[in-house]
Design a protein around this ligand. Structure first.
Ligand SMILES: Cc1ncc(COP(=O)(O)O)c(C=O)c1O
Length: 470
């Protein structure tokens, strides 16, 4: 929705200046002193409480005190909070500003011209962070709260390596040790990510690994096990539980992680406001859901509070891991070794064998409970793509906008292009928005396979999801 092209006063770099829709032509910069100072918690606005995590032995709501051995206390409080806004601590805000944040909101004018569409396409630039994705927004917060609690070491898993490198960076900023289990196939596909984590001072192992009992068992059964995110989570949890001074960190799925990412959408809202525009379509790729929720939740807040009818919200996933388009909405484990509580989510089942697609960040078998609920109840819908069509969209984006995107983010672009072409057919002047959540400079081997015509598309024939409850 492009609002009236009114002249209005906007503060840029602290000074009042007259702006007009001319600013649309380029990029919208939010001054640092206007960075949002609270995160948005969607649990305040959902029509009902989300189904609670269950203890798999009793199928009763999990006892939060058992989780205190796994997560920092403040993060557990955020997990169950129903406060609408949660203040960002000064130390975290300071680290955000130095990433730097706010990130620009760019209008993809050259892509629009190439597509000859009447639609407008805008994207937020989270790929500009030092590790190259949106993941530092929560990594910084998690490292901060753990450090404040006196925790000495953070343990986590990583798929494509974006989350792992973000947590490694945040750990070094807050002077806390870090150990990572990286899905073996990505460890081999993306050696640059491993090096980055090590430069930041983290230990990083291919998963399954020889470091844990679960990893050793799997390697004994199959020394070539390519790994999955579910397996890496199990190893990270086993390691955390073996050391009192360690806590586990997660890069997606849980409410506190999604909460931290809302800084993206909160900034974007202010930026759209500066140019008198409000999006009609918000799309985003989904692994565990943190990127999509980070951008979309501050907009869906308006819809949940009945202030607006649009936008339309679309989650974009890989056909090889079709958790939101073909998954079952049921209670399931978050990890392969069945250590986590049962979460009610759209899931392919914790034993789903994710094919080795290049968008490693989209390989998780389950979807964040809040996004699962919103999809299940018709507030959002989802689409799935094959990786070759996604890389084709990334090529168009690189050749028009000049930016080589991560394969995950290319799913956003694929949807945006398809929607813009639909607008071309109907003449609609929709405003399409997404978060450009990662650069692809450490994914060049995937691009190489694409250019050589060697990329394969995968799609599961049958999906069996175990039933535990609900
Ligand atoms: C660049 C990038 N985008 C998106 C994702 C998807 O994950 P999520 O849905 O949790 O944001 C990942 C995950 O690692 C990622 O690295």
């Amino acid at each position: 929705m492009v609002r009236a092209a009114v002249e209005k006063n906007t503060r840029i770099n602290g000074e009042k200046m007259a702006t007009s829709n001319k600013i649309n032509e380029h990029a919208v910069f939010l001054p640092p002193d206007e960075i949002p100072t609270s995160w948005y918690n969607i649990q305040a606005d959902l029509p009902e409480s989300l189904p609670p995590p269950l203890d798999p032995r009793t199928l009763k709501p999990a006892d939060p005190s058992t989780l205190a051995r796994i997560f920092a206390k403040e993060l557990l409080l955020q997990e169950v909070s129903t406060e609408r806004y949660i203040k960002i601590p000064d130390e975290v805000l300071d680290a955000y500003l130095r990433l730097p944040r706010p990130t620009p909101l760019i209008r993809a004018k050259r892509l629009e011209a190439f597509l000859k569409t009447p639609a407008q396409i805008y994207y937020k630039c989270e790929y500009l962070s030092p590790p190259g994705s949106h993941k530092p927004n929560t990594a910084i917060a998690q490292a901060y709260y753990n450090k404040k609690q006196g925790i000495e070491r953070l343990v986590s898993e990583t798929g494509a390596g974006q989350w792992g490198t973000a947590l490694a960076m945040a750990s070094s900023l807050f002077d806390i040790r870090c150990r990572l289990y990286m899905v073996r196939v990505s460890y081999q596909q993306k050696p640059g990510r491993r090096t980055m984590a090590e430069i930041y001072g983290a230990e990083i192992f291919p998963s399954p690994s020889e470091q844990t009992e679960f990893g050793k068992k799997l390697l004994k059964e199959n020394p070539d096990n390519p790994g999955t995110l579910g397996i890496a989570i199990s190893e990270a949890l086993e390691e955390t539980l073996s050391d009192e001074k360690s806590r586990y960190c997660l890069g997606s799925v849980l409410n506190h992680v999604l909460l931290h990412q809302t800084i993206i959408g909160l900034e974007a809202k202010k930026q759209f406001d500066m140019i008198d525009v409000y999006p009609d379509v918000v799309c985003g790729c989904v692994g565990g859901g943190s990127n999509f929720s980070g951008f979309s939740f501050p907009f869906i807040m308006d819809k949940l509070q009945h202030k607006v009818d649009s936008p339309e919200f679309i989650a974009c996933e890989a056909k090889a891991v079709p958790h939101t388009t073909r998954g079952t909405y049921t209670y399931g484990f978050g990890d392969t070794a069945q250590i986590t509580p049962l979460l009610k989510m759209l899931t392919l089942g914790h034993e789903y064998k994710c094919p080795p697609i290049h968008a490693g960040g989209l390989r998780y078998h389950g979807m964040a409970p809040s996004i699962s609920y919103l999809i299940q109840n018709g507030y959002m819908h989802s689409v799935a793509y094959h990786q070759t069509e996604v890389f084709e969209a990334a090529r168009i984006f690189a050749q028009t906008e000049g930016m080589i995107t991560a394969p995950e983010s290319a799913h956003n672009i694929k949807y945006a292009i398809d929607e813009a072409l639909r607008c071309k057919r109907t003449g609609e002047k929709k405003v399409i928005a997404f978060n450009n959540c990662g650069h692809g400079l450490l994914d060049l081997s995937a691009y190489e396979s694409f250019l050589a015509g060697k990329l394969q598309d995968y799609e599961p024939v049958e999906i069996k999801v175990p039933k535990y409850a609900g």
